[in-house]
Design a protein around this ligand. Structure first.
Ligand SMILES: Cc1ncc(COP(=O)(O)O)c(C=O)c1O
Length: 390
């Protein structure tokens, strides 16, 4: 890789990791491809671990604190973060349970309100495991495509809810908020329309809000359970994406005011199956990691501006509509004539690994997703390689 400096330290001690150390990482982002490939695909970040998280983990290791989790520290830290960040008081211990990770939580919560054979509505293009996990649990996926502006299309959602509940079947709606891969941050009025529609059709809403802390550009994240009419809904929250803790998984499932009894039916082997180290790391992140998160968001804003400029300069046939959430760029490559799977072309000809769009469902063909959570130098190098491929 080219000569790269780690870049400045930012608020909360935020820093991008140096490339030679990234190459030593053993997680999937840096190991799935040969070493001549620059990986900008899976949603892992190339940052140095947030100091409060590193400290908490270091203390736990030093103490041999490697047993089972206890207490409600994670939920309390999440409640404090939600209050400070989003002005929302809705995280309460009575309507919160630990789950091992967000996708396991999604499957378990869907299992509380649907039975095999029921339908689950998703807004395509969307995070591919929404298809696989839902199907593997015996439910059928119904697609309600996002509109051409990348936002929830109420007409498409109405049609999907009508189809999903036909014959009196129970149905659920798996909302991705903010949306992966487009980065769309849903507005309060949109979420209220969702809640109204869900009530009309008796559809239960399960909001995957794993990207919630990753909202920038003056936009505001609106917790689904904070909107009018969302009382029968659920949310999955986690520090996993925003503090890069996928290797220390943990998440919290939350119920709306009228869904607490449903959530209480989560089996104990699920709620008790959360990792103690996951809980330690996530608790430290949410309680003490806000300044670091601000540093990350500032770095991501710079990266997004850099990427937009480089794209216009070197890859004008590629189009994006940058959303205010996540660290992902969703690229429409159809004008570049790269076929249905442009990521395969970038990989083969440019030795740069993006995530292909096809597994994101309808609307994914001809698209690729690029992970901007890396140093400006590596973003520059990724664009250079993509341009070579063209
Ligand atoms: C929308 C969304 N949900 C869930 C996950 C995975 O969460 P977990 O590792 O906690 O299952 C991701 C990971 O990128 C994601 O983007």
């Amino acid at each position: 890789m080219d000569e790269v400096s780690p870049g400045p330290s930012r608020a909360g001690g935020f820093r991008w990791e140096q490339p030679e150390l990234l190459r030593r990482r053993t997680s999937v982002k840096w190991r799935a491809y040969p070493s001549d490939v620059l990986p900008v695909w899976v949603a892992e970040m190339d940052c140095v671990l947030a100091p409060p998280v590193a400290r908490a983990l270091g203390e736990a290791v030093a103490l041999g604190d490697t047993g089972y989790p206890a207490g409600g520290g994670y939920v309390e830290a999440l409640a404090g973060f939600a209050r400070a960040r989003w002005g929302w008081d809705g995280v309460t211990a009575e309507r919160a349970v630990h789950v091992p990770d967000v996708m396991r939580g999604v499957v378990e919560v869907l299992g509380l309100v649907t039975v095999p054979g029921d339908r689950v509505v998703v807004n395509c293009p969307v995070y591919p495991p929404f298809y696989a996990f839902v199907r593997n649990s015996g439910r059928t996926v119904v697609e309600a495509p996002l509109g051409p502006d990348g936002r929830i299309d109420v007409a498409a959602l109405t049609q999907a809810f009508r189809g999903a509940t036909a014959g009196g079947r129970r149905a659920a709606y798996l909302l991705c908020s903010p949306h992966n891969p487009t980065g769309t941050v849903h507005r309060r009025d949109e979420l209220e329309a969702v809640a109204d529609l869900a009530e009309t059709f008796g559809v239960r809403v399960v909001a995957d809000e794993i990207h919630a802390p990753l909202v920038h550009g003056g936009a505001a994240f609106v917790p689904y359970l904070s909107v009018r009419g969302a009382e029968r809904g659920f949310s999955l929250m986690s520090a996993s994406k925003a503090w890069n803790l996928a290797g220390l998984p943990a998440a919290v499932a939350l119920a709306g005011e009228a869904a607490g009894r449903d959530l209480a039916r989560i089996p104990p082997e699920v709620a008790e199956g959360v990792s103690h180290f996951g809980v330690i790391a996530h608790t430290a992140a949410l309680r003490d990691g806000a300044a670091w998160l601000d540093g990350l968001l500032a770095a991501l804003a710079d990266n997004r501006a850099l990427f937009t400029r480089l794209l216009a300069e070197h890859l004008p046939a590629l189009h994006q509509r940058p959303g205010a959430g996540t660290y992902l760029a969703w690229l429409d490559c159809r004008d570049a004539g790269l076929g249905d799977d442009p990521a395969a072309v970038f990989l083969e000809r440019g030795r740069v690994a993006l995530t292909g769009g096809l597994p994101f469902g309808t609307g994914g063909a001809g698209h690729a997703r690029l992970n901007l959570a890396t140093s400006p130098q590596l973003i520059t190098e990724a664009v250079r390689r993509m341009a070579t491929a063209l």
